[in-house]
Design a protein around this ligand. Sequence first.
Ligand SMILES: Nc1ccccc1C(=O)C[C@H](N)C(=O)O
Length: 299
Amino acid sequence: MPLSERSLVRGYTELEIQYSPSGWVVRRGAEETLRTYSQIGDEATKRAQAARGSLLHVPYGDRERERLDIYFPEDESEALPFFVFFHGGYWQSGSKDSSAFMVSPLTAQGVAVVVVSYDIAPKGTLDQMVDQVTQSIAFVQKRYPCNEGIYLCGHSAGAHLAAMMLLANWTKHGATPNLKGFFLVSGIYDLEPIMHIPENEALLMTLEDAQRNSPQRCLEVALTQPVDAACPVLVIVGQHDSPEYHRQSREFYQALRRGGWKASFEELDDLDHFEIIWNLTQKDYVLTQMILKTIFQES
Ligand SMILES: Nc1ccccc1C(=O)C[C@H](N)C(=O)O
């Protein structure tokens, strides 16, 4: 429920306000923003699916939601960079079917785009989602062993899932992916505050669940150095994300630097939590360009 409606029903806490991204938007109302976000996602996905060169609803596991879509550039060789996207929605909304924002500008430059679905709550638990994401990436590596790098991108809850891959255990999944970069957009890296907002009614996280699945905490206690110290990790937040989202991104960036990762921090000017992703439909958007520069190392 958007913040404005929730406030009519009862009072809300500071944490709820901080963790309601649509309450912080500046150009539209909260509801209109959420509607626009779904609309742009649906339209971009329809356009991408109508174009030639895609493999849709590919199973990466046995469960119903273990499906991904792959969008190829004109050159359908398999020696391509693969950009793998994990959607947001507080681990309880969204799917690959409305999240193919970046397909057109990336495939136009020779990048294959993979958009992944996973078992959102209440069906899936956080542990299951993390496992599914791990499995989806191992699947891409096994299917395209000649890839020129796998780049992970996640938004919001999806950035959390992508960040968990920094320390994933690949042995159980039978392939170590050729990870070449991470784009973590408006993410949550410490899950403890989420236990205290209504979104946890679907997630049912205990303190142990929250700690085990917090990349911030995992990174701080990890003894291992990055597998590939040259792998760039971009931690990105919008100017109009809430102060808590800014804090989460900044602290995660700092933990990455302490852990020896090649991390950078970007605050994108005049963008909210939703525009920061839906603008990826545009080729000259600053984040689209950052992604392409990282993939083609022209920086
Ligand atoms: N982070 C997201 C990413 C994608 C779609 C929705 C969200 C939300 O957070 C919705 C939340 N219920 C809100 O009102 O802001």
